[in-house]
Design a protein around this ligand. Structure first.
Ligand SMILES: [Zn+2]
Length: 87
């Protein structure tokens, strides 16, 4: 099947090596042995889902329900990566 212009995936017009930056987890934790605060430094993340409960008052079905919101968390320390870490 031939793709027309509309079905093409979005073009990546940047260079992964030059134009992107690895996001590093900067969550602070206390190293109990040394008694100092250290940054996590984790660079691998996994996707999880935050579950948001929807009140019956605003739910389309009139019953309480749950909306899964995808989020990423650090595989090293488990901290959730929020958008302000990306800014
Ligand atoms: Zn971390």
């Amino acid at each position: 099947m031939k793709l027309d212009g509309k079905q093409q995936p979005p073009q990546m017009n940047f260079d992964i090596d030059k134009d992107t930056k690895t996001i590093v987890c900067d969550t602070k934790r206390v190293d109990l042995e040394k008694g100092i605060e250290v940054e996590c430094g984790g660079q691998l993340f996994a996707q999880g889902f935050e579950l948001r409960r929807v009140s019956p008052l605003v739910s389309p079905t009139g019953k309480a329900s749950v909306v899964p919101v995808p989020t990423f968390y650090c595989l090293n320390c488990g901290a959730e990566i929020t958008e302000d870490k990306v800014q």
